[in-house]
Design a binder for this molecule. Structure first.
Ligand code: MLT
Length: 311
């Protein structure tokens, strides 16, 4: 009977699926790298979310491991090169939390445009800041979506009622253009120059370099808002902080950080930045879907050799 280690907390639907498939499993969360190294030789499969860092050392000690499943989209917590070297399959659950992430990006857009966190905080304190809070409307503005995978596409549909112009910068969109007549595929430069809200939904660059630099901010309208619910290193935090302080842009909302958990960050206490702790995909619905997908995929692979959503 194959054996799977579930090393991050996730919906117990994953356990039910393994049980149903006669796959034995252990749920052991919060383990250190050394603790995982000690136990990993027992397992044929491993399921993680983002907390477990599946390092080179873990993979090299995993003598029987055949598959690592990520309940989520990003696989930046898994050493893919070593996994490939060791012939280990890595799977994720694309699309499983796309709606949750797009909805959070949308919520961030509305919050930063209407200054909702500040309004909430001050009203709770009995301060009546009505005169000091003037929002910006989203309707009829231009939304720039960088990256047009599951999340970017979903966001483009969510804003449909807002009568927006949607610009997209995506290499893969050219061949799929006919499926998305409601968006315009433009260059990155065009997108940043013309958008009122720029929302990132792409992968980080392989070398980890940020996609926007100081020079890019200078080309944006001073009324532009930046949203990052993708990965922390896509938008350099120091450059973003400087751009906000120098009034090169109007505001930002950030869900992801270069270092997580973000216990300290240059953006902390910048009143023009709204920050959330990487919760875009954290909904009841999405956590069930990703756990279900990953457990089914791992079961299918361990029992039938079927490879689904491999990275
Ligand atoms: C993902 O990659 O699926 C999301 O960022 C959610 C997460 O990492 O928890």
């Amino acid at each position: 009977m194959p054996k799977v280690l579930i090393s991050d907390s996730m919906s117990n639907i994953a356990q039910k699926i393994f049980e149903k498939n006669n796959i034995s499993f252990d749920v052991k969360t919060g383990l250190s790298e050394d603790e995982i190294i000690k136990i990993i030789p027992e397992y044929d499969g491993m399921v993680v979310r983002s907390a477990t860092k599946v390092t080179k050392k873990i993979i090299e000690s995993a003598k029987n491991l055949k598959v690592i499943g990520r309940a989520g989209a990003g696989v930046d917590n898994i050493d893919l090169a070593t996994a490939k070297e060791k012939n280990m399959l890595v799977m994720n659950t694309p699309g499983g939390n796309a709606n949750a992430t797009a909805e959070h990006a949308f919520a961030l857009i509305m919050s930063v445009l209407r200054k909702t966190p500040f309004a909430n905080e001050t009203t709770h304190k009995g301060q009546w800041e009505k005169k000091n809070i003037k929002g910006t409307e989203l309707s009829k503005k231009t939304l720039g979506i960088v990256g047009f995978g599951n999340v970017g596409v979903r966001l483009s549909y969510l804003v449909k009622g807002f009568d927006m112009k949607i610009l997209v910068s995506s290499k893969s969109l050219e061949s799929r253009k006919r499926d998305f007549p409601h968006v315009n595929n433009v260059s990155f430069e065009e997108l940043i120059t013309n958008s009122d809200v720029i929302s990132f939904h792409c992968k980080a660059a392989p070398d980890g370099k940020p996609l926007i630099t100081k020079e890019h901010y200078k080309k944006m309208k001073p009324t532009t808002y930046i949203i990052n619910a993708a990965r922390g290193n896509i938008v350099d935090e120091k450059d973003l902080n400087d751009a906000l302080k120098e009034n090169l842009i109007a505001g930002a909302a950030v869900d992801v950080f270069s270092k997580e958990p973000a216990k300290e960050n240059i953006l902390f206490n910048n009143p023009k930045a709204i920050l959330t702790p990487h919760i875009a995909a954290s909904t009841t619905e999405a956590s069930i879907v990703v756990a279900e997908m990953v457990a089914n995929q791992i079961s299918d692979f361990l029992l039938n050799g079927k490879k689904i959503n491999t990275v």
